[in-house]
Design a protein around this ligand. Structure first.
Ligand code: KIV
Length: 285
C-alpha cells in the first residue's frame, strides 16, 4: 500500500490490526486532502469537526448533511489512495434506521466516499446492521461522543470507573458483532482502550486513548497548529501554521503598503509597439 497505488480498502484496514499502525487524519477540502493523500495517510475522515474548524460553530452538533456532503465531495475528488470516511452529522442517523441508511448511501452516491462513521455503542446496533446491509462500510465511534457530549457529561475523559469501562467494552463488542470494520475510541483511559483493542477483532483507532490502539487519528488543524480556540491535551502539534500564516500575512501587508509587491516579476507588460500606438492615439484625443 505505497503512494500512487490503488485505494486503501476495508479488508486492508482490517488486516492491518496488530501488523502496522493505521494512520487517519481529518480533511475537509481538496488542497489539504491532496497533501494528506500524497503523504500516504491511510484514512481521511471528513469529520463533523468541520463544523468547528471550518464553519466556526461552537460544537459539532449543528452541522448538516448538505454541509458534510460538500466537504466530502471536495475531499474525495482529491484522494487517489486514502480511504475517505464521511462522519454522519447529528440527526442524520438517530431518528430512524431507514433515514440513516438513506443518508449513508447519499455520502457514497453523491460524494464518492468509501465508508461512514457514526457515534454510539449498543444503541446503534440496528443502525449499523442496516447501513452495512445496504453495502456501506461503517466505522464505529465510542467514548467521548462530541455530537451529544454537552447534553450529558461534557468533554470528560471516559471509562474511568469499573461500570463505565464495562459499558465501553460491551459497546465495542456490540459494534463489532453488528458489522463495523473499525472503531474510533475517543478520550478513553488507556487501560480500557487496551482491553477493547485486545477484545475486538476489528482495528481500534484512538484519539486521546493512548498508544495502545491499532491506529491514531487527529484533527488536522490540531496537528498543524491551525486552530487555537481549543488545544486538547491529547493532540500533538507538529507545526505552528497559524503563526507561520500570520507572519506571511503581515509580510504581504507590509509589502503592499511599501509598494514592494507586486514586483517586476509579478507584472505583465504590453507589447512595446502596441503601447506606443496607444499613447499616440490617446495624445490625439
Ligand atoms: O469529527 C471528527 O473530527 C472526529 C474525530 C475526532 C475522530 O470524529
Amino acid at each position: 500500500m505505497e503512494n500512487g497505488k490503488a485505494k486503501v480498502t476495508v479488508d486492508e484496514i482490517v488486516s492491518m490490526k496488530k501488523k502496522r499502525k493505521i494512520t487517519m487524519l481529518t480533511a475537509y477540502d481538496f488542497t489539504t486532502a491532496n497533501i494528506c493523500d500524497k503523504a500516504g495517510i491511510d484514512i481521511l475522515l471528513v469529520g463533523d469537526s468541520a463544523g468547528m474548524v471550518m464553519l466556526g460553530y461552537e460544537t459539532t452538533t449543528p452541522v448538516t448533511m448538505e454541509e458534510m456532503l460538500l466537504f466530502c465531495r471536495a475531499v474525495s475528488s482529491a484522494s487517489k489512495r486514502s480511504m475517505i470516511v464521511a462522519d454522519m452529522p447529528f440527526m442524520s442517523y438517530q431518528v430512524d434506521v431507514t433515514e440513516a441508511v438513506r443518508n449513508a448511501c447519499r455520502f457514497v452516491k453523491e460524494a464518492g466516499v468509501e465508508a461512514v462513521k457514526i457515534e454510539g455503542g449498543e444503541e446503534m446496533v440496528d443502525t449499523v446492521k442496516a447501513i452495512v446491509r445496504a453495502g456501506v462500510p461503517v466505522m464505529g465511534h465510542i467514548g467521548l461522543k462530541p455530537q451529544t457530549a454537552m447534553l450529558w457529561q461534557g468533554y470528560k475523559v471516559q471509562g474511568n470507573s469499573k461500570e463505565a469501562a464495562l459499558q465501553l467494552i460491551e459497546d465495542a463488542k456490540a459494534l463489532e458483532k453488528a458489522g463495523v470494520y473499525s472503531i474510533v475510541l475517543e478520550k478513553i483511559v488507556a487501560e480500557v482502550a487496551k482491553i477493547i483493542t485486545d477484545t475486538v477483532s476489528v482495528p481500534t483507532i484512538g484519539i486521546g486513548a493512548g498508544n495502545v490502539c491499532d491506529g491514531q487519528v487527529l484533527v488536522i488543524h490540531d496537528l498543524l497548529g491551525l486552530y487555537d480556540q481549543i488545544k486538547p491535551k491529547f493532540a500533538k502539534r507538529y507545526a505552528e501554521l497559524s503563526e507561520e500564516m500570520s507572519k506571511a500575512l503581515k509580510l504581504f501587508k507590509d509589502d503592499v503598503i511599501s509598494e514592494k509587491f507586486p514586483a517586476e516579476e509579478n507584472t505583465f507588460h504590453m507589447d512595446k509597439g502596441e503601447f506606443d500606438a496607444l499613447m499616440k492615439e490617446l495624445s490625439h484625443r
